[in-house]
Design a protein around this ligand. Structure first.
Ligand code: C2E
Ligand code: MG
Ligand code: MG
Length: 716
């Protein structure tokens, strides 16, 4: 009967080692009968060789052999790679205690005495095998557990409080310094590495848990012997073992340093700005909320400053991101220094007050929150100090850079009682300050709110207007002063609002620029001008040249030349029918880029005029660098020319300079014959203004041109 083979399991292999051939034969018969496969060896040396070369599940080993006795074979097998846990049964004729002890010392699993009862032998072998398998399984699962614990940096311990026996895994040894299998009668070995500040408290909590038979959870820092600190989490429970009645403290210790680090990192990313390390918007709102909560019911006011750097984008684009980041860090440091208010009693800078902080919410946007002010006016002092601090030169790559910033201030409780409202209102005040001229501070007022609201509704209306094509182009003729003849036109956009009527571009162009709506609007203007020109040409008006106004954002877009040529192509127009007007400040924001864009337009064949000339701050000499056709003298100078000698001098100077640079000059806002006479005397080239015609709708303009084929108005 081959029971093991019949059960489907692989046949276990038994190595029988005996120098008595008859005994070997008897053993073989009995074991094969029991379902085992049998290998035989007649002495110790061949036995070891077979063990080395075969997979042996059980060894039956005679003690008395000639060359190498059973004890020696047994201990040799224990030293072999797979021999450590193989069950070995010693067969001995000696049943004295000494040889049994020697057998166990040599590593035997069990022994039988000769003469052998073969009927029982198979059962004992089978039992031994089963026990070995269970032991194997246990060892494997212990190894898996140990691996898992090592991965989780988890260790466990077991302390018999009454006997003092402390047992633990190696991770507990590493983290706490306590030793496995030692007798301890107090908690101190378990907490010896805990940070001295926490040690007393933790010892007390563990002691209480033991006294009350309770569970305890502890997180603390430990100092590792190789240096460095680890964060550990310890969970332990004390219980009385039911069968022995002894108290046992059992627990796990986990190294959570890495998890803490990642949690810290995640926290930092979620709540702080990565460039400056300052609180981000989420933290700003939360901490401002706390500042407000503390101020409720007190006399104190909380001030919120919304601040951004003037022209930061340009600096960032020109100098590169790294320099931009360094600049932001410098600003962050300077603002933080401004938080240190002067201590009036001692005249020295005090420490930063607990609730005060600087935040950065992205780009060049900073916020400063100051608490415990007695009056809003005090915050004006701080605002001035912040603007001054930012205005100190910053050295970047060997060059001194001077920055300026604009800030808006809102104050709790007068301007709002929630973080969002205070932030919004500080922003509104800042935007207002920017319109009024940068580098300033501005308190929030309700008028600002009304203005902000108006702008918002204007923005929404503008979007709608674009979709519904509520825009029209008007045209104003330009006259050649020498011949008195029509010489071209300027296209001026009008917004026909269903309720508001005709809205002036002065009112909506700035908002379209701020919101970026100028880009689609600008494209519409270019195409509408082409459409009108094509229409006039089909009616025989072939000599109309139109100047279109281009705003900063359009000029900054690389698409502009393509937009112009595509619109001309769409209406099959020659390039000479189109000119563009740009304001002088627009060219100055990025000189290099301006020059290359101007060159591109020139290459296309499109003339560029500098509009509103004289209102900018730049020196006239820079004009030399730009490939332009001419300048348009701003109407404010022209208008006052006959009464204001200063303005007359400016106009004269501009005309003289332009002539010296071979540029042509258009005078805008020419309203009277006196203007015209003065301009003619200065040898100005063109005039545009109400003297000839206001801007006209396309059809009316075409009629005007037809009616003014001859000289329109000559100088008297
Ligand atoms: P601008 O380009 O300097 O246009 C000249 C402005 O002077 C026009 O005002 C015109 O109507 C006005 N004007 C013409 N002759 C006289 C005169 O004799 N006396 C007086 N007092 N004013 C005169 P408008 O049409 O209100 O445009 C104002 C500004 O809006 C323009 O100044 C230009 O900067 C901007 N703008 C107008 N249309 C467009 C456009 O299509 N695109 C862009 N980007 N801006 C435009
Ligand atoms: Mg213009
Ligand atoms: Mg102008």
């Amino acid at each position: 009967m081959n029971t093991l083979a019949a059960s489907g399991a692989e046949c276990p292999v038994v190595l029988v080692v005996d120098d008595d051939m008859a005994a070997r034969l008897m053993t073989r018969i009995a074991l094969e009968e029991g379902g085992f496969e049998v290998l035989e060896a007649e002495d110790g040396v061949p036995a070891l060789e077979i063990f080395r070369t075969h997979k042996i599940d059980v060894v039956l080993l005679d003690v008395m052999m000639i060359e190498l006795d059973g004890f020696a074979v047994c201990s040799s097998i224990r030293g072999m790679p797979h021999g450590e846990h193989t069950p070995i049964m010693m067969m001995t004729g000696l049943d004295d205690t000494a040889s049994i002890n020697t057998a166990y010392d040599a590593g035997a699993t069990d022994f039988v005495t000769k003469p052998i009862n073969y009927g029982v032998l198979t059962h004992r072998v089978r039992y031994m095998l089963r026990a070995a398998r269970v032991a194997d399984e246990l060892r494997r699962s212990e190894t898996r557990l140990a691996k898992a614990q090592a991965m989780a940096k988890l260790g466990h311990f077991h302390w018999n409080v009454d006997s003092g026996l402390f047992e633990c895994s190696s991770e507990v040894e590493r983290l706490t310094g306590a030793r496995n299998a030692t007798i301890i009668d107090e908690l101190s070995p378990l907490v010896s590495r805990v940070h001295p500040d926490d040690r007393g408290e933790i010892e007390t909590r563990l002691g209480n848990a033991i006294a009350a038979n309770e569970a305890v959870q502890i997180s603390c820092r430990v100092t590792l012997p190789q240096g460095g600190t680890a964060h550990i989490h310890l969970e332990a429970a004390c219980a009385v073992e039911p069968d022995t009645g002894t108290r046992v403290l059992e627990g796990v210790v986990q190294d959570v340093t890495e998890r803490r680090r990642l949690e810290g990192l995640a926290h930092k990313l979620a709540y702080f700005d990565t460039v400056t390390g300052l609180p981000n918007r989420t933290t700003l709102r939360k901490d401002l909320g706390q500042a407000i909560a503390r101020a409720i019911g007190t006399e104190a006011v909380v001030a919120v400053f919304s601040l951004d750097l003037d022209n930061f984008k340009r600096i960032n684009d020109t100098l590169g991101r790294d320099s931009g980041d360094r600049l932001l860090k410098t600003v962050a440091e300077r603002l933080t220094t401004c938080l240190r208010r002067r201590d009036s009693a001692y005249g020295v800078r005090a420490d930063v007050r607990a609730g005060d902080f600087v935040a950065r919410t992205g780009g060049d946007e900073f916020y400063v929150v100051l608490t415990e002010f007695r009056s809003a006016e005090e915050s004006a002092v701080v605002a001035r100090r912040m603007l001054e601090a930012i205005a100190q030169p910053v050295n970047l790559g060997g060059e001194d850079l001077v920055l300026s910033a604009t800030t808006g201030i809102s104050v709790y409780p007068v301007d709002g009682t929630t973080p969002d409202l205070l932030i919004d209102r500080a922003d509104a005040a800042k935007n207002h300050a920017k319109v009024e001229g940068r580098g300033r501070y501005q308190f929030y007022t309700s008028a600002i709110n009304a203005r902000a609201f108006e702008r918002l509704s204007m923005e929404n209306n503008l979007r709608k207007a674009l979709q519904q094509e509520q825009f029209e182009l008007y045209y104003q003729p330009k006259i050649d002063i020498r011949s008195g003849r029509f010489a071209g036109a300027e296209a001026l956009v009008r917004w026909r609002h269903p309720d508001l009527g005709l809205v002036s571009p002065a009112n909506f162009i700035p908002i379209a620029e701020e919101t970026g709506l100028i880009v689609p609007l600008g494209e519409w203007i270019i195409r509408a001008a082409c459409r009108d020109i094509a229409q006039w040409r089909s009616q025989g008006l072939s000599d109309v040249r139109v100047a279109v106004n281009i705003s900063a954002m359009q000029f900054a877009s690389a698409e502009l030349p393509l937009q112009l040529s595509a619109a001309l192509a769409e209406w099959k127009l020659p390039v000479e029918v189109m000119e563009v007007e740009l304001t002088e400040s627009l060219l100055m924001t990025d000189t290099e880029q301006s020059i290359s864009m101007l060159a591109e337009l020139r290459a296309l064949g499109i003339d560029v005029w500098i509009d509103d000339f004289g209102t900018g701050y730049s020196s006239l000499a820079y004009l030399r660098r730009f490939p332009i056709a001419g300048v348009k003298v701003d109407q404010t100078f022209v208008r006052e020319m006959d009464t204001n000698t200063n303005d007359a001098a400016i106009v004269a100077a501009v005309i003289a300079l332009a002539r010296s640079l071979n540029l042509e000059v258009v005078a805008e806002g020419v309203e009277s014959r006196l203007h015209l006479a003065a301009l003619a005397a200065q040898q100005c080239d063109y005039a545009q203004g109400y003297l000839y015609s206001p801007p006209l709708p396309a059809a009316a303009f075409a009629r005007w041109v037809n009616e003014h084929r001859g000289p329109v108005a000559k100088v008297i």
